[in-house]
Design a protein around this ligand. Structure first.
Ligand code: NAP
Length: 177
């Protein structure tokens, strides 16, 4: 797994045209939704298009991500369901995966022996670059490895989501002056 710094992540996103944010259970645990929206607004002010991509079973209850993003004030027109956004991932310069794991695990497409085989996933791996924020090597709900984290175009930003996003925000602010 290849690591990135908060500075690397800030610059990748500031120089992007399109950034898709994929939140998961870890964003809920860290209560990072307010920081995530603050970051998204800064990127938008810098001219980056930001969209939120929501998997139907992300988190631990139906609508979990939608509730958190609404609480943080994310406008509904920036929030997209899997069927609405999945075909657009190849046009995203960056997919920023925040505390999500199973819902972006490509093994669901290919490995018949996997417990998540057949589950539709968000096609984060089709973005030009993937950044995954999580604390370490922890598995998701299903307990399995995620090939996305080992992919050539993936970088890991390690940390609890709220702290990691705060560090990205500090770098975005510094770079965008
Ligand atoms: P997930 O597969 O459970 O993965 C969550 C990831 O978040 C973990 O790998 C963990 O890695 C990371 N994490 C935990 N605390 C964190 C923190 N403070 N900061 C940053 N990252 C943190 O999550 P998901 O992708 O949202 O998938 C949901 C899963 O739950 C699916 O398998 C789904 O079927 C299942 N489920 C959903 C529902 C529902 O109704 N939504 C109900 C029951 C079950 P680290 O430990 O390395 O940080």
């Amino acid at each position: 797994m290849k690591e990135a710094s908060a500075l690397d992540v800030a610059s990748m996103m500031l120089y992007a045209q399109k950034v898709f944010i994929v939140p998961g259970y870890g964003m809920a645990v860290a209560q990072a939704q307010h920081k995530v929206w603050e970051m998204a607004e800064l990127l938008e002010q810098a001219g980056v298009e930001v969209k939120f991509a929501i998997h139907p079973v992300a988190g631990r209850m139906p609508g979990h991500m939608n509730v958190l993003l609404a609480e943080a004030g994310v406008p509904y027109d920036k929030i997209f369901d899997l069927e609405e956004i999945n075909a657009e991932f190849p046009q995203a310069d960056v997919a920023l995966v925040i505390g999500a794991n199973d819902v972006v695990n490509p093994v669901a497409r290919t490995d018949k022996s996997s417990p998540i085989y057949g589950m539709p996933i968000l096609n984060a791996d089709h973005a030009h670059n993937v950044i995954c924020i999580k604390r370490g090597k922890g598995a998701g709900y299903s307990g399995i490895e995620n090939a996305l984290f080992y992919s050539e175009n993936t970088r890991m930003l390690y940390g609890s989501a709220q702290q990691a996003i705060a560090e990205v925000i500090a770098n975005v602010k510094q770079m965008s002056g």
